[in-house]
Design a protein around this ligand. Structure first.
Ligand code: IPE
Ligand code: IPE
Ligand code: MG
Ligand code: MG
Ligand code: MG
Length: 310
């Protein structure tokens, strides 16, 4: 097995070129499927807001959350058409979170997915409204019978997505992230873990739990996997901020330290953060033991989360 430069021996999270190819093939297949559905669900670009919604939701993005939904649904035998609508909903929420995350009052970024951010290409008011409208589109998508024929299932999806996105979920984590920038003392490992499991982890968890939630089965094994994966994913985002290539990341890097962001890199240094991310990936993979080979793509997703360059 080939290993990353500088690593003396293979770690369980290392990925061979072949494995990376398999993962990219599966990811782009899921992304294509979900993007077709997103395209159909988004309004035609009749107004400025509608045009900017399509731009924010459809131009680029790895579609990791969509991938988790699709894989979770495969394992739990949820029909693909339903899965793709549910995956669209979480990608709309994620796209909204990025549009707002980039605003001048938040992280103040002018580049996202390799293109100008919505408030730069249009203006701030448009970016705020685009985020709002993508969020409502996510919930509207979940209300339709094509998403799940059973109304109770739809209600469970809507309620859980609202919780994962709101003040006790992603928004709560974003609030914590901004507050931490202004705090005088450095956050502890526990605090940063809490912050990141809210701002990034909750949407990952929701996505991975869709299969068991729709099948009305216990979601805890998927939750255990996604909790570790979501954290590893955000720790790696923070590592890339320090040593990534902006052209590959498609966004501005080298900003977290000067903004005073609370990250594992700030607390543990690069090597410590990488070690932490590796341990999280091991945990994520261990949580999948009971699923056997149908979970191979989810294991690859975990390794990818800390082998990616963007
Ligand atoms: C970026 O998420 C924000 C974080 C939670 C780190 P992604 O890295 O999944 O962004 P896209 O969707 O691929 O652009
Ligand atoms: C954002 O985290 C997480 C969200 C909930 C949007 P970051 O602020 O680190 O994400 P990037 O680096 O801008 O993509
Ligand atoms: Mg941010
Ligand atoms: Mg940001
Ligand atoms: Mg970041």
């Amino acid at each position: 097995m080939e290993t990353r430069p500088g690593s003396a021996q293979p770690k369980s999270a290392d990925m061979s070129d072949t494995e990376m190819l398999h993962f990219h093939a599966a990811l782009s297949q899921a992304a294509g499927q979900v993007e077709t559905v997103m395209d159909a669900l988004l309004p035609q670009p009749e107004t400025r807001i509608m045009e900017a919604m399509r731009y924010a939701a459809l131009s680029g993005g790895k579609r990791m959350r969509a991938f988790l939904v699709m894989e979770s649904c495969t394992i739990y035998r949820v029909p693909e058409k339903q899965a793709a609508r549910i995956a669209s909903a979480v990608e709309f929420i994620h796209a909204y979170s990025l549009v707002h995350d980039d605003l001048p009052c938040m992280d103040d970024d002018d580049l996202r997915r390799g293109k100008p951010t919505v408030h730069v290409k249009w203006d701030e008011a448009t970016a705020v409204l685009v985020g709002d409208a993508l969020q409502t589109l996510a919930f509207e998508t979940l209300t339709a019978p094509q998403t799940a024929p059973d109304a109770n299932t739809r209600l469970r999806l809507i309620r859980s997505l609202a919780q994962a996105s709101g003040s006790m979920g992603m928004v709560g984590g974003q609030g914590f992230d901004i507050e931490a920038e202004r705090a005088s003392a450095q956050l502890s490992v526990e605090d940063i873990t809490e912050l990141q499991s809210l701002k990034t982890g909750q949407l990952f968890r929701w996505s991975a739990e869709v299969g068991p939630v729709v099948a009305n089965l216990d979601p805890s094994p998927m939750a255990e996997y996604a909790r570790a994966l979501g954290l590893a994913f955000q720790v790696w985002d923070d590592v890339l901020d320090v040593e990534g290539d902006p052209a590959k990341a498609g966004k501005r890097l080298r900003k977290d330290a000067s903004a005073g962001k609370a990250t594992f890199v700030a607390l543990l240094g690069l090597a410590g953060a990488k070690q932490h991310a590796n341990a999280l990936v091991d945990l994520a993979i261990a949580a999948l033991d009971r699923f056997g080979s149908p979970a191979e793509n989810l294991r690859r997703a975990a390794r990818f989360s800390i082998n990616r360059e963007g």
